[in-house]
Design a binder for this molecule. Structure first.
Ligand SMILES: [Zn+2]
Length: 437
C-alpha cells in the first residue's frame, strides 16, 4: 500500500531508518527458539544438531528424548524418518523509535538433514508501530492471498504499511514464540505496569492495551495475569461485565485458577441473585466445587419449574376432560380379578403411560373428542389400555406393555365387547338429557 496520510508517510520514513536486526539477535534465536532434534535411522541415532552419529545400545528404544554423546544436546526424537526436516518459529524484537513502541516480528526456518549441522533462514516479516495512545499501524511483507496459513510470506516483497484495520484480521495475528530479552520500551509502558514479561500475550496487543485500556493496566499492576491474558486473548469473555467481581478478586489478592470456569460460575451467581461484591461467593476456596454446586442447584430448580408447569397444564386439561367425558365416569366392568374402567383423571393418563411405556399421555389421548380411554387392570395393576371410538362404538386399539398385547388380551377384548352396550346407553342418556332441555 502506498503511504497516503501524513502519519503513514512519517512512519514509512521512520521504518526505513530502523537499523537492521543484529547478527547476535539471530544467533540468540537459533539457540533459544527451537528444540534440538534427533532421528533413528537404520538402527543408528543421528543428531540433527551436531551431525554426530552413534549406535545405541538398545536401538528399539522408543523414548521421546535422548542425549547426544557428542554435543550433550537433549534431543527430541523425530517421530518419522526422512531426508529433510524443517521447523518454523517467530520471535519478536522490542524497540522504540521517536515516541513509538515498535514490535518487530521475525520468522525463522531451521532446516535439518542427517550428517549435517542445521542451517537457518531469518526474515523480518512484520513491524507494529504503537503510539502513546495505543494506536497500532502495521508494516508487513506481502503474502500469498490464496493461502490461509501465515507462513506464505513473499520474501522478495518489501515491508509496506498496511491499512488501519489490517491487524484485526485474524490471519495476521501472530503471537511470537519468544521475545528477545533486551527490550527497549516507552517509559509510559513502564509506568503502566510493564516490566519484562509479555505473559504469552502477543506483545503488540499487550502494549496497545496497556496504553489505551485502564482495565488491562489495572489487571497487570495487580498481577492478575490469568485474568489479563483471558481478557486480551479469549474470544468470548465478559471481564467488563464482571468488573465488580474482578475488583473483589483484586482486593483479596485471590488467584482465579480457571477464568473461563470462573465466569461461568459468576453467571450462576447472578442467576441466583448473589452479591458479586461478596468475597465468600466471588473467591471460593475450591472454584470447581463451587461451580458444580450451583450447576446442580440450577438443574434442580429447572426440573422443579418444569414439574410445576406440567402440573398446571394437567389441571387445565383435567377441566376440559371432565366436561367432555363425565357421563362415562364410574363405568366399571369386572370379571374375577380383571377390572376395566374409564380413566377419569389426566394424571392417571400419565401414570398409565409411565406404567405401560406407551404414549397415551404424551400424545394427549385425553383430548380426543371421539375417543374413550379405559384401563384394564389385574389386581389393581394396569395391563392394557383401550381406546374406543364413540361414534363407531368399536374398539380402536387395546395395548399392553410397550404396545404389545398382554396375556389377558382376549379376556379383556371379550369383556369389553360384552359391555359396549353400557357405553352406548350412557351416550343415549346424554342425548335424551340434551333433547329434554
Ligand atoms: Zn549432537
Amino acid at each position: 500500500m502506498i503511504p497516503k496520510t501524513i502519519i503513514e508517510k512519517q512512519l514509512t520514513v521512520l521504518s526505513a531508518s530502523l537499523a537492521p536486526i543484529k547478527a547476535k539477535v539471530f544467533i540468540w534465536a537459533e539457540q533459544n527458539i527451537f528444540l534440538k532434534w534427533g532421528v533413528l535411522s537404520r538402527s543408528k541415532f543421528y543428531c540433527l544438531e551436531c551431525a554426530h552419529i552413534w549406535k545405541p545400545s538398545c536401538p528399539n528404544t522408543c523414548n521421546k528424548f535422548t542425549t547426544c554423546p557428542a554435543c550433550a544436546g537433549k534431543l527430541k526424537m523425530m517421530p518419522y524418518n526422512q531426508v529433510h526436516f524443517k521447523e518454523t518459529e517467530y520471535f519478536a524484537v522490542i524497540e522504540r523509535c521517536v515516541g513509538f513502541q515498535v514490535v518487530r516480528l521475525v520468522i525463522v526456518y531451521k532446516h535439518m538433514k542427517k550428517n549435517f549441522t542445521p542451517t537457518y533462514f531469518h526474515k523480518e516479516v512484520m513491524q507494529h508501530w504503537i503510539n502513546a495512545k495505543g494506536e497500532v499501524r502495521t508494516f508487513a511483507l506481502s503474502t500469498n492471498v490464496f493461502s490461509s496459513t501465515l507462513d506464505s510470506w513473499k520474501f522478495y516483497s518489501p515491508l509496506e504499511i498496511k491499512p488501519k484495520d489490517f491487524i484485526r484480521n485474524a490471519k495476521y495475528y501472530i503471537n511470537p514464540f519468544k521475545v528477545y530479552p533486551q527490550m527497549k520500551v516507552l517509559p509510559i509502558l513502564k509506568r503502566n505496569g510493564f516490566k519484562t514479561s509479555v505473559y504469552d500475550i502477543a506483545p503488540h496487543l499487550l502494549f496497545a492495551s496497556l496504553l489505551s485500556d485502564p482495565i488491562a493496566e489495572t489487571l497487570l499492576k495487580s498481577r492478575q495475569l490469568n485474568i489479563l491474558q483471558y481478557y486480551l486473548c479469549a474470544s468470548r469473555q465478559c471481564i467488563k461485565l464482571n468488573w465488580q467481581a474482578v475488583k473483589t478478586v483484586i482486593r483479596n489478592k485471590y488467584k482465579v485458577s480457571d477464568v473461563q470456569i470462573w465466569e461461568d460460575y459468576l453467571e450462576l451467581l447472578r442467576y441466583f441473585k448473589k452479591d458479586l461484591s461478596y468475597t465468600l461467593y466471588v473467591c471460593p476456596d475450591n472454584l470447581q466445587d463451587a461451580h458444580d454446586h450451583f450447576v446442580k442447584k440450577k438443574r434442580e430448580l429447572l426440573r422443579k419449574k418444569k414439574l410445576q408447569d406440567l402440573r398446571l397444564e394437567i389441571e387445565k386439561a383435567q377441566k376440559r376432560y371432565a366436561s367432555d367425558k363425565k357421563r362415562f365416569f364410574g363405568l366399571l366392568f369386572t370379571e374375577k380379578d380383571l377390572s376395566i374402567s374409564v380413566i377419569e383423571n389426566v394424571r392417571d393418563f400419565m401414570q398409565e403411560g409411565d406404567d405401560l411405556g406407551h404414549c397415551v399421555f404424551t400424545n394427549e389421548y385425553y383430548g380426543r373428542k371421539d375417543s374413550l380411554i379405559l384401563s384394564a387392570k389385574i389386581d389393581e395393576k394396569s395391563v392394557e389400555t383401550i381406546e374406543i371410538s364413540l361414534s363407531k362404538m368399536e374398539i380402536l386399539q387395546c395395548r399392553g406393555l410397550k404396545n404389545k398385547p398382554s396375556k389377558h388380551h382376549s379376556q379383556i377384548m371379550r369383556l369389553l365387547s360384552e359391555n359396549l352396550y353400557q357405553i352406548r346407553e350412557r351416550m343415549k342418556k346424554r342425548k335424551a338429557i340434551t333433547a329434554s332441555r
